[in-house]
Design a binder for this molecule. Structure first.
Ligand code: PMP
Length: 390
C-alpha cells in the first residue's frame, strides 16, 4: 500500500537540525540533568483565573459541539482586540477561531494556495513553516533575511521570487530571531504583495511580547486588508499552549470558505476552552503583562551578559522569547556548537541551521527557564564559546 506523496513529504527525510533537541530529551529521560533552552514553552502555567473560567464553563454544560466558526462572544472579543490595536474595522465575521495558531497557518494556506503553487516564507523561519506549505500540496520557497539587516527581509529579495508565487508568509515579532519588522520593512513587503498580487499570511502570535519598537500589523497598511490573513493565538500571550486556541482574521468571504474547511476538518474548538479564552481576553493587558514579564527580564539578563564579552554576538531581541546568538567566532557551525555545549555542559540550545540556511553559524536560546538557571546557563555558554575561540 502506498501513502500519499502529500503526507509522506511534509517533513524531509534525513537531518533537520533537531537532533540536539531529541538528544537532550533522551539524556533527560535517562536521568541526566539537562538545562533546556530549546522550545517556546513558558516556565509558568495558564493563570488560575483562566482555568477557573474553563472549569466553570465545562461544569455549566459547555461541553457539546460548539459553533464551528467559534462562539460569537469570542469572535467578537478577538475582533474588538484587533480593531483597537490596529485601527482597522474588524467585525466578528472577519474572525474564525481555530485550534491554535498552527491550525490557522494550515487553514490560511489551504485557502489561498492550490496544489503545485509556490508559497513564499522568510528564512530563518518557525520550524513548521515549510512542512505546513508542503502539507497542503504547495511548494515552499524560502527568502533569506540576513543577520546584517537585523534579520529584516528585503523587498528586493522577495520580489525576485514573487512573480512565480501566490502567497508570502511573514512572522513579526519573529521566532527564531527576535526581530520586530520595521514600518519600512513591512511597507516594502506590502508594496511587493500588491505589485505581484500575493496573498500575505501574517503570523502575529508573538504580538504581545514586544520589547523594542512597535508591532505593526501589515493588515493595517493601505490596501492590505483585502489580501492579508492574520494568524493569532493565545498560546504565547496567555501561556495557553496546551489549550490549542487561536484565530484567523481575514476578509469575510475568505472566512466563509474557512468555516467550510473547518466543518470538514476540526469541526471547531471546545466551547469551554473558547469561554476561557474570552474571559482571558476580557481581562485586558494585566494577564498578558504577567505572562510576558519573565521574558522582558531575561532579555535584559541576556543583553547584560552579552555586553561583557565579544565572542558571541547577539541580534537585537526586539520581541518574542528567544535570543539568536552568532557563535561563528568559535569556528563551529551552530550544530557543532550546540552539540558540544550539550556534551560538555548539559545545556541544550537549538542550532540556527534548524531554522534555515540564513541562521547558519548561530544558535537560538529560548529564555524559558527561571532567571537564576537562565543566567547560569547563558554565562556557561558564553564562557564555553570563549574557551573554544581562544
Ligand atoms: N507561529 C510561530 C512563529 C510559533 O512560534 C508558534 C509556536 N511556537 C506558532 C505559530 C504556533 O503556535 P500555536 O499553534 O501554539 O498557537
Amino acid at each position: 500500500m502506498i501513502l500519499s506523496h502529500r503526507i509522506t513529504h511534509i517533513t524531509p527525510s534525513g537531518s533537520d537540525g533537531w537532533e540536539v533537541f531529541y538528544r537532550a530529551r533522551t539524556m533527560k529521560k535517562a536521568g541526566q540533568p539537562v538545562i533546556e533552552l530549546t522550545i517556546g514553552e513558558h516556565d509558568i502555567r495558564t493563570h488560575q483565573s483562566i482555568l477557573d473560567a474553563m472549569h466553570a464553563s465545562a461544569k455549566g454544560g459547555h461541553t457539546g459541539y460548539a459553533a464551528v466558526p467559534g462562539t460569537q462572544a469570542l469572535r467578537q472579543a478577538v475582533a474588538t482586540r484587533i480593531q483597537i490595536r490596529t485601527g482597522v474595522t474588524t467585525t466578528a465575521d472577519n474572525i474564525m477561531i481555530t485550534p491554535g495558531g498552527q491550525a490557522a497557518l494550515f487553514a490560511a494556506h489551504t485557502a489561498v494556495c492550490d496544489e503545485g503553487d509556490t508559497a513564499l516564507y522568510i528564512d530563518p523561519y518557525y520550524a513548521t513553516y515549510p512542512g505546513t506549505i508542503r502539507g497542503i500540496g504547495a511548494n515552499p520557497k524560502a527568502i533569506p533575511a540576513y543577520p546584517d539587516h537585523g534579520f529584516q527581509p528585503l523587498a528586493s529579495d522577495i520580489s525576485k521570487h514573487a512573480k512565480d508565487a501566490v502567497s508570502l508568509m511573514i512572522n513579526t515579532p519573529n521566532n527564531p530571531t527576535g526581530a520586530v519588522y520595521s514600518r519600512a520593512t513591512l511597507q516594502g513587503i506590502a508594496d511587493t504583495c500588491i505589485e505581484h498580487d500575493l496573498w500575505l499570511i501574517s503570523d502575529e502570535v508573538y504580538e504581545s511580547q514586544l520589547w523594542d519598537g512597535t508591532h505593526i500589523s501589515p493588515r493595517a497598511l493601505p490596501n492590505m486588508a483585502k489580501r492579508t490573513l492574520v494568524i493569532g493565538s493565545m498560546s504565547k500571550s496567555h501561556a495557553m499552549t496546551g489549550s490549542r486556541i487561536g484565530w484567523i482574521c481575514a476578509p469575510i468571504d475568505i472566512i466563509e470558505h474557512l468555516i467550510n474547511l473547518a466543518t470538514h476538518t476540526t469541526y471547531g474548538v471546545a466551547g469551554y476552552i473558547q469561554d476561557a479564552a474570552e474571559f482571558a481576553l476580557n481581562q485586558g493587558a494585566k494577564l498578558e503583562d504577567e505572562v510576558s514579564a519573565p521574558f522582558a527580564r531575561r532579555r535584559i539578563i541576556t543583553e547584560t551578559l552579552l555586553a561583557k564579552q565579544n565572542i558571541v554576538k547577539g541580534s537585537p531581541i526586539q520581541g518574542a522569547m528567544y535570543a539568536m546568538l552568532d557563535i561563528s567566532a568559535t569556528g563551529l557551525t551552530g550544530e557543532g556548537f550546540a552539540n558540544q555545549l550539550l556534551d560538555t555542559h548539559s545545556i541544550a540550545t537549538m542550532p540556527g541551521e534548524s531554522f534555515g540556511a540564513a541562521a547558519a553559524g548561530h544558535i537560538r536560546v529560548a529564555m524559558t527557564i527561571d532567571d537564576d538557571t537562565y543566567t547560569y546557563a547563558l554565562q556557561t555558554l558564553l564562557d564555553f564559546a570563549a574557551t573554544i575561540a581562544a
